[in-house]
Structure formats: C-alpha cells, structure tokens
Design a protein. Structure first.
Length: 197
C-alpha cells in the first residue's frame, strides 16, 4: 500500500467511525457547514468520492445506496432509512482500490484547486482536507468525538498552505480565520479552513 493510500485509509476510517457512532436521532442536527445537517455533510463526502471515481473510470457518477448525486456546492438527497455508514463504506472501498492501483492512481484530473494533477495527489491534499474537516463537522454536529489525528492534521495543514489561493478560487472553501497565538495543531488547522472550534 502506498503512503497516500495508507493515509487515506486512516482518514476514511476516522470518518467512518464517527458515522457509525452517530445516534439515529442526531442526523438532522445542524452542522458547522451553514445550511447543512449532519446527514448532508456525510452525503456531500459520499458525493465527492463518487465524482472522483467517475472521472477516473470515465463514467458519469450514479446514485447508489440511498444517496443521490449533486454538484459539490450542494448536498445530495438521501432517501429515508438510508444507512450512511454502508453508503460511505462502498465508495470508500472504491477509492481505496483506486489509490492502491498505481495506474489508476496516476490518472490526471482535468483541473481543480491544484490544477491538472494525478488523482492520488488531489486525494492526498484536497481529499485529506475534506475528510478531516467533515469528520470534525459531523462530530461537532452530533456531539461526537472531535479529536482528530494530530500527525495527519499537522501534515495536511502544511501541504495545504501553498494551495490556499487555489482553494479559495473555487468558492467551495471558507476563508481562513486568524487562530489564537497559543492554538494547538488541530485548532490552528480548523481556523485555517474557516472553522471556529
């Protein structure tokens, strides 16, 4: 397993654990993503995974496991009774398989915040951001475990710094907020991505 695939596994396992721990009566709780519920946050991550896999596979993304498709600016619809843990596991497994295949992982994406780069690079930078932030978003929304892996947080923060302008140009990421001078690594990262813990 490559380093990128290994980091992805750790990050996606963290989100999956929060999804599995979410009480059934908390899915409608408001999240730190304005206008989105806890359910919307997870559906958004699933939608993003499907979009990446669709580009690599040369096929349009399709609804599955009770979760629809949408633009990345919107949250896809979720059918009543959907098991979001199962839905995330399915697309997570697809992403893991893709990142573990050197040929598919080298597929160049047409653009995005990093420009035209191999999909594994996009997954390692923007994907790490998405998984960490939305793991925290979900935990904050439902009263779950907000503690993120400190090494992955620090690494992701560092690799994001040169790409801040590109991320902001997409309109999909909140502007940074100055962090307190004594902020720990997780707090500094969350302020950098526009969250106020």
């Amino acid at each position: 397993m490559s380093d990128i695939a290994h980091r992805y596994r750790l990050l996606s396992d963290g989100l999956l654990a929060r999804i599995q721990a979410t009480p059934a009566d908390r899915w409608d709780a408001a999240s730190p993503c304005e206008g989105w519920t806890a359910r919307d946050v997870v559906a958004h991550v699933i939608n993003g995974h499907r979009g990446i896999l669709a580009m690599v596979n040369g096929k349009p993304p399709a609804a599955a496991d009770g979760v629809g498709i949408s633009s990345m600016a919107d949250a896809p619809t979720v059918e009543p009774g959907t098991d979001l843990a199962v839905a995330f596991e399915h697309c997570r497994d697809g992403m893991q398989a893709m990142l573990s295949d050197p040929d598919r992982a080298a597929t160049r994406l047409p653009g995005g915040p990093l420009g035209p780069v191999p999909v594994e690079q996009a997954a390692d930078v923007v994907g790490s951001l998405e998984l960490l932030v939305h793991t925290w978003d979900l935990a904050r929304a439902v009263g779950g475990d907000e503690k993120l892996d400190p090494e992955l947080v620090a690494r992701t923060h560092q690799v994001l710094l040169p790409h801040y302008a590109g991320l902001q140009a997409t309109g999909a990421f909140q502007p940074s907020i100055p962090a307190p001078h004594d902020a720990d690594a997780q707090t500094a990262f969350l302020y950098f991505v526009g969250r106020q813990p």
